[in-house]
Design a protein around this ligand. Structure first.
Ligand code: SF4
Ligand code: SF4
Length: 165
């Protein structure tokens, strides 16, 4: 995994959406993925040849065409590095005015993406909370903000149920 400035980094992700329990009117415990896509913007995903071939097959492309379209040609390391377009992974789509980001290759996404877990300690998840929902995380790891913003956020999480992809 590479940060999108091409410095070595770790992982990525964005899928399971589960609603979190409400603790009080202005805090929410735990943080589940709310599909902000910040992690898919911050990092470039490294895939090995097997993963690349699997994704190519999913897209109905020959391996060489997949590489030509989706691999970052600047990469000199092992395997491939997925390209970024407009500051995000080439496979990231957005919906609902940009609040909901979807991975176009979710069923075959790279292991690095699968292994990424959201959390209130993640700067990426915190950045997405602040950017999209104007919410923050307190020292106890609880999401906090105005009652109205928390309600909108919880409603959004609820709307994602059954839409996990
Ligand atoms: S492959 Fe999917 S989950 Fe992984 S960085 Fe790209 S858009 Fe995000
Ligand atoms: S930054 Fe966190 S909440 Fe946003 S898509 Fe990634 S894992 Fe999910």
């Amino acid at each position: 995994m590479q940060e999108n400035n091409s410095n070595p980094q770790d992982t990525i992700g964005g899928d399971a959406a589960e609603s979190a329990p409400t603790n009080s009117e202005d805090t929410v415990a735990a943080l589940s993925c709310f599909r902000c896509g910040v992690c898919c913007m911050k990092y470039q995903v490294q895939v090995d040849a097997e993963e690349a071939s699997r994704i190519a097959g999913y897209l109905g492309l020959p391996d060489d065409e997949f590489e030509a379209k989706f691999a970052d040609r600047r990469w000199r390391g092992r395997g491939f590095l997925l390209r970024q377009v407009d500051g995000a992974c080439v496979f990231l789509d957005s919906d609902l005015g940009g609040k909901l980001r979807n991975c176009r290759i979710q069923p075959v996404k790279p292991k690095a993406c699968d292994d990424w877990t959201p959390g209130s300690n993640r700067p990426e998840c915190r950045a997405g909370l602040a950017r999209d929902w104007h919410l923050s995380v307190n020292d106890a790891g609880q999401i906090e903000g105005s009652e109205e913003r928390l309600r909108l956020y919880m409603d959004f999480l609820e709307s994602l149920r059954g839409k996990i992809q």
